[in-house]
Design a binder for this molecule. Sequence first.
Ligand SMILES: *Cc1c(COP(=O)(O)O)cnc(C)c1O
Length: 433
Amino acid sequence: MVIPTQFDAGGEFYRKNPPSAPKEAVFIFAYPLILGHMGKNQPGYFGEFGGRYAPEILTEALEELESTYQKLKKSKKFKKELEFYLQNYVGRPSPLSYAERLTKHWGGARIWLKREDLNHTGAHKINNAIGQALIAKFMGKKRIIAETGAGQHGLATATVGAMFGMETVVYMGAVDVQRQNLNAKKIEMLGAKILPVTAGEATLKEATSEAMRDWALNVSTTHYIVGSAIGPHPFPTIVRDLQSVIGKEARSQFKKQNHKLPHAIVACVGGGSNAIGMFHAFLKDKHVAIYGAEAGGLGPKPGEHSATLTYGKTGFLHGTKTLIIQDEAGQIVPAHSVSAGLDYPGVGPEHAFLAKSKRVDYRMVTDEQALDSFLEVTRVEGIIPALETAHAFHVARDIAKELGKKKDLIICLSGRGDKDVTEVLRLLGEKNK
Ligand SMILES: *Cc1c(COP(=O)(O)O)cnc(C)c1O
């Protein structure tokens, strides 16, 4: 069977040979890729979104992963090991801190920060990387691979690869290897191999396609550590479960200190892993308002933003049915955001569902607004947030005002901004020209 280089390729081929598909769906997949397609009532769906739209050659690997994961989820030994590493290697639980200065500065609701930036490697991504590396270990797989955009997930994977002594390969767009050179260098220093991808835009989307292709070819020895709550079932569920430690901790920490639940929570959404991790424990708390912040980029024109939940249409990308930024012909439009971690034309299928069902209110934040919030939080609170996280802060400022005093708002501080300092200085220089 032919494995297309680009898992999202095939626009031309598809237009000439349209597969029979649900009417509302726009296929962005090459034809052979829909053979593994599952019905909507099967596990792995969030409403109409999700599922497993992967090539046949991956079906066995995905099924093996699913059944192993079902067992591991219940295994005391697995849970104990995961807990051990989260505590002793990642540094969990991360604090939930009251941000007094920011609260006063914004003049509205009380602001609480869930400090994922204090994790080892500086963001939430390690929660997932370590969990999936453990799954690989339990499956007897000695090689791990990953895709990375900004390099943060590559860094987290290279880190756990070094710690567990596993052969690690990271696929990274050639453009990103240049743009995110420090992370690329760190990944190599940790002993992982970077394979630069030059196809298409040479960024995250292409890196993801290449990683899936590698997995298809090496599945007997290799586990693919998907970096966000995206991809074919069971990945969105596994990543969600591994990141849901964020919200579980935040919920019980807040409850312990305040003897109630917060009025609202907010997180930024790229692929959606820190957000779904933060949201999941609160979904059933109907009176807790939930907000997501997505990248509005430079503006509303296609190609200028990564606001999938605002402008996306239903389609198929990287093995899942979700909202995607696409043109009239169903071709993916390259995404843009000032923060490389939000720069993805798709979004995790569970977020597509939560947007459609209106449980979560997703708002756009422009590059400029994110930059303002980045500087504001740095000066006022003494915390340099990641540019991704700065999007969440911007939405939080609006919500804090909407809620008013004596209400409580938790922000998921997904990561620290050391990696963004050079880029921020460059942007400020441009602004002051
Ligand atoms: C990668 C990244 C994100 C975006 O990824 P999600 O899967 O949407 O969480 C957000 N914040 C930081 C700090 C990141 O590194």
